[in-house]
Design a protein around this ligand. Structure first.
Ligand code: HEM
Length: 130
């Protein structure tokens, strides 16, 4: 029996650069309106969106743009200056959930993206019990 290589598309291939950008613009518009996390973010979110776009491009299997532009992400460490408890993690994920639902990503893809981000968000909690 001859085994064929498995061909698969990364999440990044399936989302595409245009839809990722649109998703993040909608996500941060929701973040800016969320009282639990808005105060943590700068008023002008354009730089935040650019950094997140670069990060998620690599995170979902595309080119490592964040690494090339800003160095090693060390995400947990970069979040240490912000108090992140259950409340903030839930709020971040609620904004992402709403942005995914409002997007034109296929439902399976929405679920996979959300699951990957939910695992990472839990890792960002640095105020256990809060
Ligand atoms: C758990 C809830 C989270 C909260 C409350 C939170 C909050 C923040 C805040 C306040 C910033 C700084 C924004 C700025 O000054 O421009 C930031 C940056 C960032 N966050 Fe989060 N974040 C969360 C989860 C995540 C997750 C799950 C990811 C990745 C999947 C992520 C990726 C990033 C990246 C890449 C940056 C830019 C880091 C930098 O270059 O300095 N965050 N986050």
């Amino acid at each position: 029996m001859q085994l064929q290589p498995i061909e698969y598309a990364t999440l990044y291939d399936r989302i595409g650069a245009v839809r990722l950008r649109r998703l993040l613009e909608d996500f941060y518009a929701r973040v800016a309106l969320n009282p639990d996390i808005a105060p943590l973010f700068p008023e002008d979110l354009s730089e935040t969106i650019d950094r997140q776009e670069a990060f998620m491009t690599g995170f979902f299997g595309g080119p490592p743009l964040y690494f090339e532009r800003y160095g090693h992400p060390r995400l947990r460490m970069r979040h240490m200056r912000f108090p992140i408890g259950q409340t903030q993690a839930r709020a971040w994920l609620a904004c992402m959930h709403a942005a995914l639902e409002a997007s034109d990503l296929e439902p399976d893809l929405q679920r996979e993206v959300y699951a990957a981000l939910a695992r990472t968000a839990v890792h960002m909690i640095n105020q256990p019990g809060a």
